[in-house]
Design a protein around this ligand. Structure first.
Ligand SMILES: *[C@@H]1O[C@H](CO)[C@@H](O)[C@H](O)[C@H]1NC(C)=O
Ligand SMILES: *[C@@H]1O[C@H](CO)[C@@H](O)[C@H](O)[C@H]1NC(C)=O
Ligand SMILES: *[C@@H]1O[C@H](CO)[C@@H](O)[C@H](O)[C@H]1NC(C)=O
Length: 677
């Protein structure tokens, strides 16, 4: 329909050559009546409009701008009649053309090879009129032109058969004969279609046989000899059309779609076949926008697109993984704890992704990793504590933060925290010399501590615990005092770690059935009984710790018969027997201060008293250790207890419940055994 105006026909307007006026190629007896252009470099054509000869010798009829026309004529008129008033003679023309379209499936309007009475076609229109006629004169007998159109649009007003056809036009653009573009195979006569806007070079032949007054138009792909059967054959006596002389040349026009129309070679002969065009000498077509680009794009674009999409995908996955990797839990209420909040990413990088070679240890609360903060370059220990309950988390974090404000030379400094789903990370000062239990058990290459060191550590820990109990804003119960929770700094000072952490396990549970955590061998009897921690349950554990340091034994030890025995009971027995100093670590080989050793052992027993009321406060403990007050005499009746029996009376079998000695157990479990009956 109207869309059909997008066709770009190539109309070949044929002029009758006047033998006398022939220019170019060969010559003939009665003047030059034939010529051949294998490329147009150096030619002298009459050009107008957009028509131009490019540097490479292409005749470019239109240049890619829309709604324009261009003409190229042989510069001199040709004598199509042997004599003025005679009949139009036979002639033939051949040319190589190509149509380059911006869009692979759309082109616009036309080129024609035409024979016209004049080279002045200024009144002709572009677009579907192909620069040959206008809306008023189209079809008028006074036009006196003949054209072979190569049309890539279907214009219904001219009754075009399709948008890819070849037609014979007399005086107007409505073809008297037309055929879909293509050629008939010489071998079997089958028809092969050709796409005029493919951008390929094609050859056309336009022939007039005056004997029978017939016009034949034939096209074929470049390099193929002229097919025997013409594509379009029209009976018309051109003697009734052409004036004498007439011009031969090309006319082309564009519509709204940009196309380029090229003639690469052209030959013409009067009274005989057109001379052969030297295909090898034809200029190269430009690597114009659409075609060559689409070739590149056809291959590269999908690859590039796929690569791009894959890259995007990988990036997205990496981003999501990164987000997941560094994902944290953060709630509004945490804002006030901002300065104490570490980002998971920082901790992740500080510990090299929590690699195993950064693992310092694995305690009851979780794994501890060594890390170096990239910002401050300070060494930290990062404790990963798993927690599931969100309930009470706010209180706990508040407590952690407030604990973080506690500063004491015998407490391991808590620097801050980070929260993730199901995980709490606590960041502490790094203690280069590790935990005390290693030194006491003297395994591997760990050096043994001499008595002076032990005594200093004991006093340090007592001072730290005193601070927690009595010197800070509020009472902090440590709940898990033991040798493995005492860490040694650079100067081998004992520092208490992990304080307040046991509270973590309180949260999110019914306060009536508090889940307490402690370590077997350090548990005060009333703690076992009630599950309620107090400063005095800390003192009890501290007592066991004192004995542990002095004796170099685990709180649950083996006697020479291989039976298991509580350290307290063992020391107490020696005390009853008056052989207290025999319990001092034999590895010291007697190199210790007897008074101090006695003090520590007796204080250990006093602190480990089964009756909470009989235990000293930490302030008193400090006074005793500093020598400011004498340790009260232990009355034998006062101390006629057997801790093991006591615990067993409570229904707790430490041998079953307490191994390995460092393992922790939830007090809920203990309650299940002892309570509920
Ligand atoms: C081109 O042809 C025209 C017409 O014959 C002539 O006047 C002009 O001199 C020619 N120019 C060249 C460069 O040959
Ligand atoms: C085509 O030619 C016309 C006139 O000759 C000119 O105005 C236009 O800019 C040209 N277009 C291109 C794309 O070269
Ligand atoms: C073509 O027309 C001319 C003049 O009208 C006439 O002399 C000639 O015989 C015609 N040719 C044919 C083949 O009919």
């Amino acid at each position: 329909m109207e869309v059909a105006c997008f066709l770009l026909p190539v109309v070949l307007v044929l002029y009758w050559l006047n033998p006398a006026a022939a220019v170019g190629g060969g010559g003939g007896g009665d003047g030059q009546d034939q010529f051949v252009f294998s490329g147009f470099a150096g030619s002298n054509l009459t050009l107008d409009g957009t028509a131009t000869v490019t540097a490479s010798g292409l005749l470019e009829l239109t240049n890619g701008s829309s709604q324009l026309k261009g003409h190229a004529f042989f510069p001199v008129p040709l004598h199509f009649r042997a004599s003025p008033g005679g009949t139009v003679r036979s002639f033939s023309a051949s040319f190589v053309f190509a149509i380059l379209s911006t869009y692979p499936s759309l082109s616009c309007h036309g080129i024609a090879f035409a024979v016209t009475p004049s080279t002045d076609l200024t009144s002709a229109l572009a677009a579907q009129y192909m620069g040959l006629a206008n809306i008023d004169d189209n079809g008028n007998a006074t036009n006196h032109f003949f054209a072979a159109e190569i049309d890539t649009m279907q214009n219904v007003e001219f009754q075009d058969i399709n948008n890819n056809h070849v037609g014979v036009d007399i005086n107007g653009l409505r073809s008297m004969e037309a055929h879909e573009a293509g050629y008939y195979d010489d071998r079997n006569g089958s028809f092969h279609g050709m796409n005029l806007i493919s951008g390929e070079m094609m050859q056309a032949w336009v022939e007039y046989d005056s004997d029978v007054a017939r016009i034949n138009v034939t096209i074929a792909p470049i390099g193929m000899s002229k097919p025997v059967r013409p594509l379009v054959s029209a009976a018309y006596n051109l003697s009734d059309v052409l004036v004498e002389p007439s011009y031969a040349g090309f006319s082309s026009a564009t519509g709204p779609i940009n196309s380029r129309h090229y003639i690469l070679g052209w030959s013409f002969a009067m009274n005989g076949p057109a001379p052969a065009i030297d295909i090898a000498k034809l200029p190269k077509l430009p690597r114009l926008g659409p075609k060559p680009r689409s070739k590149v794009l056809e291959i590269l674009l999908p690859i590039a697109t796929a690569a791009f999409i894959i890259t995007l995908g990988i990036l997205a996955v990496a981003l999501v993984r990164r987000r997941m990797r560094y994902a944290e839990l953060r709630e509004d209420w945490e804002d006030e704890f901002g300065p104490h909040r570490f980002s998971y990413k920082d901790l992740f990088h500080a510990t090299d992704g929590f690699k195993d070679n950064h693992l310092l240890g694995e305690g009851g609360f979780g794994r501890v990793y060594k890390g170096v903060l990239s910002t401050s370059k300070s060494e930290v220990a990062v404790k990963k504590v798993s927690h599931e309950s969100r309930q009470g988390m706010k209180e706990f974090v508040a407590e952690v933060v407030s604990i973080g404000r506690i500063r004491h030379r015998n407490l391991v400094q808590l620097l801050g925290y980070c929260r993730r789903k199901g995980e709490l990370l606590l960041v502490y000062d790094y203690m280069p010399n590790g935990s005390l239990d290693k030194y006491l058990s003297c395994k591997g290459e760990t050096p043994m501590l001499d008595w002076a060191q032990r005594f200093r550590i004991v006093k340090g820990v007592a001072s730290g615990l005193l601070y927690l109990h009595e010197k800070w804003d509020k009472v902090v119960i440590h709940r898990d005092i033991k040798a493995s929770n005492v860490l040694l700094d650079k100067e081998m000072n004992g520092r208490l770690g992990d304080f307040g952490l046991a509270r973590l396990h309180d949260h999110g549970t019914d306060p009536q059935t508090t889940h307490m955590v402690g370590t077997m061998g350090y548990l005060a009897p009333e703690l076992v009984r009630t599950g309620k921690a107090s400063p005095l349950t800390d003192v009890f554990a501290f007592g066991t710790f004192l004995l542990e340091v002095a004796c170099g034994q685990r709180p649950i030890m083996e006697d020479p018969q291989g039976d298991q025995l509580l350290l307290v009971d063992w020391v107490l027995e020696h005390w009853h027997n008056g052989t207290l100093l025999e319990t001092v670590d034999t590895r010291l080989q007697g190199n210790y201060n007897t008074d101090e050793a006695c003090l520590v052992l007796r204080l250990g027993l006093l602190c480990s008293h089964p009756s909470a009321n009989a235990r000293p406060s930490m302030q008193q403990v400090m006074d005793y250790l500093d020598g400011d007050a004498p340790v009260p005499e232990l009355a034998s009746t006062h101390l006629s207890f057997n801790m093991l029996a006591l615990l067993q009376n409570k229904g707790l079998d430490p041998y079953v419940a307490a191994y390995p000695p460092s393992s922790k157990m939830s007090f809920g479990t203990v309650s299940d055994i002892s309570g509920g009956r």
